[in-house]
Design a protein around this ligand. Sequence first.
Ligand code: 3PG
Length: 305
Amino acid sequence: MKILIATEKPFAAVAVTDMRKVIEDAGVELLLLEKYQQKQELLDAVKGVDGLIIRSDIVDADVIEAADSLKIIVRAGAGYDNIDLKAASSKGVVVMNTPGQNANAVAEMVFGMLVMMARNRFDGSSGTELKDKTIGLHAYGNVSRNVARIAKGFGMKVYAYDPFLTAQQIEAEGVIPVSSVEELYKVCQYVSLHIPATPQTVRSINYDLLSLMPKGATLINTARKEVIDEEGIAKMMENRPDFLYVSDIVPANAEMLKEKYPQRIFFTPKKMGAQTKEANSNAGIAAARQSVGFLKDGIDKFRLN
Ligand code: 3PG
């Protein structure tokens, strides 16, 4: 039995060591494909493997077709928009994610970026404080829970909008629920995105919504590139000199934004929210355990298809 870890953006070495132990202790062979440049390398590597562990790596119908012995794919992380679930289901391949395992890492980075922007990128000028400011969590899942916990430590007022939760469920977490997405953007100076990329959310963060934000607004995107209407962001930057945009996913119009508004935007060079030793180990070990548990004992907790 073989499990392949295929990561274009590798896990920390310590996480791979931890994952190797889980997999090899179960008597399963571990194959490793890291930093691959071409899809063909992945297509070649998946041949003959029973399990596949990935991160944001694209697993489309071609990859699933090439993986002639594949039984399980585990996305070591939360979002699974990179996997063709239909193609997997049609070949009888089970897909899982590891919800929550990298959530704290992403939440801490939200605040790293937030403080940097509130202090004018540490350029020596007077900035602003986060205490008593409003922060809106767009969707209230595992990452948002951690953002809320840290925001309370900063003394911020925390609001959330999540169409899949009741007001009581959000209130029970000490967070103020709002009844519409528009209200969240109207009330909050800071909005942190935690929505997945789905047909309903793609390009949904647009000018009309952002223009509701109060003066001195900052949008923080550690979710997905696809949820942003990039023309809408450009219009917002142009029309609202008080608006700041920080993203863990480089937008297509990044060069233009950097040139025109160097002080008001920040983009990480590569998606880094989950890029900590702890998150890599947590998500990686969970993925290794889930893969082995399914292959050996048919355990299918966190199954997505
Ligand atoms: C996730 O969906 O878990 C995060 O976006 C992290 O993705 P990554 O593993 O590619 O860093």
